[in-house]
Design a protein around this ligand. Structure first.
Ligand SMILES: [Zn+2]
Length: 157
């Protein structure tokens, strides 16, 4: 881990920089692999897979990220690496940030159309993780919809 910064420095120009594309909002969009939630990932070595926004923060600020601290996006663009769009926060900040931006939606925020869509995707065999990412809700919510334990699903909104 102590070598990670020097490792990033020596690999940035070949493994990260060529795959960044500037968009109209000055977001540095990652053009390669992403996880199911849309966060960029870069393989520096077989054992060093980093989230690109975290790698970018570490590279530009020349610092490691302490345990329990998250790198958050001001711009809310998950595959953005622009260090000016990134800031550090706690996991709680991250949760609050998501809630305030309306991203992590609880089950009660789902409307009838969402529920129909979730059930349709489940019937197609789409994974809970993919559905949660698509509808911007949690995996637990998808499970609850599948198990149909809550009668408020039937409320019309
Ligand atoms: Zn951005």
């Amino acid at each position: 881990m102590t070598n990670l910064l020097s490792f990033l420095k020596s690999n940035w120009d070949t493994k990260v920089k060529p795959f960044i594309k500037l968009d109209d909002n000055e977001c540095w969009r990652w053009q390669r692999g992403k996880n199911v939630y849309g966060y960029g990932r870069v393989c520096l070595t077989r054992t060093n897979v980093l989230y690109t926004h975290i790698a970018s923060y570490m590279y530009h600020h020349e610092t490691l990220i302490p345990p329990g601290i998250c790198v958050l996006h001001k711009c809310d663009v998950r595959d953005c690496l622009n260090p000016d769009h990134l800031f550090l926060g706690t996991k709680t900040d991250n949760a609050n940030d998501k809630t305030s931006k309306g991203r992590a939606r609880g089950v009660q925020s789902l409307n009838t159309a969402d529920l129909t869509e979730i059930r349709r995707l489940l019937a197609q065999g789409v994974t809970h993780t993919e559905i949660a990412a698509k509808l911007r809700t949690s995996i637990a919510t998808i499970s609850r919809v599948r198990n149909d334990k809550c009668n408020y699903y039937t409320k019309s909104r």
